[in-house]
Each structure stands twice: as structure tokens, then as C-alpha cells.
Design a protein around this ligand. Structure first.
Ligand code: NIG
Ligand code: FE
Length: 425
């Protein structure tokens, strides 16, 4: 009997299950749960069995199902990219040259470039063109082995444009196999039109509280509320108020924290039991200790430092040493990290953050899934979880970050369906 919608996957030289209790801290970041000559049985998009080839093939249900041989490649859970700014209208290549010539990110922002530049471009773009660009990006994410992304609004900064972005998240999620977790980042910066008037920031926060959040909450357009809490963006006091308002509408907090300067945003994230605080280049020793004891994930985004040419990366080793739940993400955005490649982020995590390949893979799967509240369904290859799988053209998992700059992802599977294949199989 051929069971409908079931698939037997064999031939993984290393099957990285990441099985076990998550989230991972300290030494447990290194435990990939590797099965040599591993196999998986998938039924209705979920993992029905996992083990060695001999174990899984011996199961009565494994007979006569559709088969897929990975030919000795390495298989692992699909990457969970827990921080992206998916919807934007265009690149900021013009600023890239200014940065190379020596202008800092903040100098460019002060002159009306930066986020406000992207806001202008997005407001002028049609929903259709934004959707087309984002759909192309989703294909690329899948091509690099990513099966779930978080996506933030934040380049609209008025009611119509922010809602346009959040509705696109929903539409894209319905039409594309990748899972999209929507985050409202209306508090990215104070928009231009509010900067000119006295009390403008206060008025913009009121717009978020009174006009945006009620609509987003009622229509369930986002799961999370994020704030860029930093010099030139929102203060800790403002961030707290916005996150509290978001929570009243059912949106869980997450934060851009300690990226350009130390503001105390990581402390706020911990205090508010935020799902995650992201960036953390400027945390101090006591922040590191506090993160080590908290449930708030420390999401590191080394693509930003690489793209901006900044030397001060987040202190990943100290965070891991303190026991923090470290995750990794691309921060795909046009201003600080225009990459959709999680393998590239793994390479940067290894060489710049001094994480081992195993720690980086755990941070990009199990811990990232936890930061999105999805630890029960994704992030590891265990019975009952979604069959979200990335297969790489390597024989040893360490070669995934080792070979940087290319794309060795051979196949990506989402809920048991092949969504990317490097060659016809
Ligand atoms: O995560 N820091 C704030 N937000 C983005 C950058 C946005 C931009 O420059 O367009 C980030 O780095
Ligand atoms: Fe970001």
C-alpha cells in the first residue's frame, strides 16, 4: 500500500537532528544530535520517524512509500531566520559607496538617508511591486536552506504604508511555501513629517498606539511588536511604552538593542520578558550576565558588521559562556545587511564571532525557532515536528560555514514538500 503524502528520505551521511530539549545554552549549543547514515519518514508534512537507515527502513510504514535518496549529503533542520526586514522597495547602493568612503551609518541617517531613504522609496512603490520583490527574495531564502523567516514592517511609518506591508506578509505567507512570522516595527524611526514639528515623536507614538496597534491587533496582522531602541531612534522609555501598548493588543515584544550604542535596551527586553533582543554589539558585562540568566534570546546579526565594515562584533563567546540563549539571523535589509544567506551568516559567526560550526547551526535552528515561539513545530528533526529540511552538498556539516560565498544548498524541503532543488531529482 502506498500511503498518501508519505516520503522516505535516506542517504544522509550526517543527519543533524538537533533533537533534545531546547532552547540551548552553553555546552548544549554544541550538541547536534548527529545520526550517521540517517533517514527520515515523513507523513502529511510531519516527521513520523527518524533514525539510521536500517532503523527507519525496518518500519512497516516505510515500505512502498515515495523515496528520496540524499546520496551521502548532509541534512539538517531548515534554517529559521528570526530577523528580517523582508518588505522594502529597493537597495541603498548609493549609501554603500558613501560608507566605503568613510561616512558612518548614523551620519548618513542624519542627512535624511538611512531608514528614511527606504521609507521614501517604499511609500512611492505599489503593493504589487513590493510583493514581486519580496516573492523573489522568498525564493532566494529557500534556495539557501531557510524554511521559516520572521518579517518586520518598518519602512512605511504611516498608517496606510505600515498596514500595506503587514497585509503583504499575510498574502505572501498564503501564496508561498515559506513560513512567515509577522512583526510590527512601526517604531523603527520617527518619520520625516513628524520630525519637523515640536513634540513630533510623541505624536508619532500616539499614532502607533491609537491608530496602528488597534487595527493590527484586531486583524491579527502581526505576532510581535519590535522597536529600534537606540541613539537616533527611540529611547528606552519610549520603547517600553510602545511594547506595553503592543502587548495589550496581543503582540509579544522583541527589540533592536545595543546596536549603535549602549542604551539599556537589552535590560528592558529582559524586564519585559521579550522573546528576543537583537544586535547586542554594545552590551556591557552586566548585560551579558543578565542575558545569561534570562529566557530572552540574544539574537546576533553579524551580517550588519560585515556590510558596514564595523570591527566591534557582538560578544558571542561571552554570551555563550554566561549561558545566554544565542540565536543567529541575517537581518536582511537594504541598509545594514543586504543578504538572505544563512550559510553566509554561519561563516561570519564562525570567523568573526568565534562560534563553532555546531554552535552556529544550533543558533540558526533550535534557538531561532524558540525566539519565534515555534519551538514545538520547527527547529529540529524530531517526530511530530514539521519536515522542514535543508540538504547541503557536503559530506561534513562543518563544511557548510567553511565554504563561504557560494551556495551549497542542494535541496530545501518545507512541510515534506521540495521547495528548492539545485538540480533535477
Ligand atoms: O536591523 N537597526 C535598525 N534596523 C535595521 C537597519 C535598517 C536600515 O538601515 O534600513 C537593522 O540593522
Ligand atoms: Fe533589523
Amino acid at each position: 500500500m502506498v500511503l498518501e503524502d508519505s516520503l522516505l528520505i535516506t542517504g544522509a551521511s550526517q543527519l543533524l537532528t538537533l533533537g533534545g530539549r531546547g532552547p540551548r545554552r552553553g555546552d548544549s549549543l554544541s550538541n547536534l544530535g548527529i545520526i550517521n547514515d540517517g533517514a527520515l519518514l515523513v507523513r502529511d508534512g510531519l516527521i513520523a520517524a527518524v533514525g539510521t537507515r536500517a532503523e527507519v527502513e525496518a518500519l512497516p510504514e516505510a515500505r512502498a512509500v515515495e523515496k528520496l535518496d540524499l546520496g551521502g549529503r548532509v541534512a539538517l533542520p531548515g534554517f529559521v531566520d528570526s530577523h528580517t526586514h523582508l518588505i522594502h522597495a529597493a537597495s541603498r547602493a548609493e549609501e554603500y559607496e558613501l560608507k566605503i568612503a568613510g561616512a558612518s551609518y548614523e551620519e548618513i541617517a542624519r542627512k535624511g538617508g538611512g531608514i528614511l531613504n527606504s521609507v521614501k522609496k517604499l511609500r512611492a512603490a505599489t503593493a504589487e511591486s513590493l510583493k514581486k520583490r519580496a516573492a523573489a527574495a522568498l525564493k532566494q531564502f529557500a534556495a539557501y536552506g531557510t524554511t521559516t523567516i520572521e518579517a518586520k514592517s518598518g519602512y512605511g511609518l504611516d498608517v496606510a504604508s505600515e498596514l500595506k506591508i503587514l497585509r503583504l506578509h499575510k498574502e505572501l505567507a498564503a501564496e508561498h511555501p515559506l513560513e512567515i512570522v509577522s512583526t510590527f516595527l512601526g517604531a523603527h524611526v520617527v518619520p520625516e513629517e513628524y520630525r519637523k514639528k515640536a513634540g513630533g515623536a510623541e505624536q508619532y507614538i500616539k499614532l502607533i498606539e491609537q491608530n496602528l496597534l488597534p487595527e493590527i491587533g484586531e486583524k491579527r496582522l502581526a505576532e510581535f511588536c519590535d522597536v529600534f531602541c537606540d541613539r537616533g531612534a527611540f529611547s528606552v522609555v519610549q520603547a517600553k511604552r510602545i511594547l506595553q501598548a503592543g502587548r495589550q493588543w496581543g503582540l509579544a515584544p522583541r527589540l533592536h538593542a545595543e546596536q549603535l550604542s549602549r542604551t539599556g535596551a537589552a535590560r528592558l527586553a529582559i524586564l519585559m520578558r521579550a522573546a528576543s533582543c537583537d544586535h547586542l554589539e554594545h552590551v556591557n558585562k552586566s548585560d551579558i550576565q543578565a542575558l545569561g540568566k534570562s529566557e530572552t534570546v540574544a539574537t546576533l546579526l553579524p551580517g550588519c558588521n560585515f556590510h558596514l565594515g564595523l570591527k566591534q562584533y557582538a560578544p558571542a563567546r561571552a554570551l555563550i559562556g554566561a549561558g545566554a540563549i544565542v540565536a543567529l539571523a541575517t537581518d536582511y535589509n537594504p541598509g545594514t545587511s543586504p543578504t538572505l544567506s544563512m550559510p553566509m551568516i554561519l561563516s561570519l559567526a564562525c570567523t568573526q564571532l568565534r562560534m563553532t560550526p555546531a554552535e552556529a547551526i544550533t543558533a540558526a535552528t533550535v534557538n531561532a525557532a524558540y525566539s519565534l515561539g515555534r519551538e514545538k513545530s520547527i527547529g529540529s528533526l524530531e517526530v511530530g515536528k514539521q519536515a522542514d529540511i535543508a540538504v547541503f552538498e557536503v559530506a561534513d556539516y562543518r563544511e557548510i560555514p567553511y565554504y563561504f560565498g557560494g551556495n551549497l544548498c542542494w535541496m530545501t524541503v518545507k512541510r515534506g514538500r521540495v521547495i528548492h532543488a539545485a538540480e533535477q531529482v
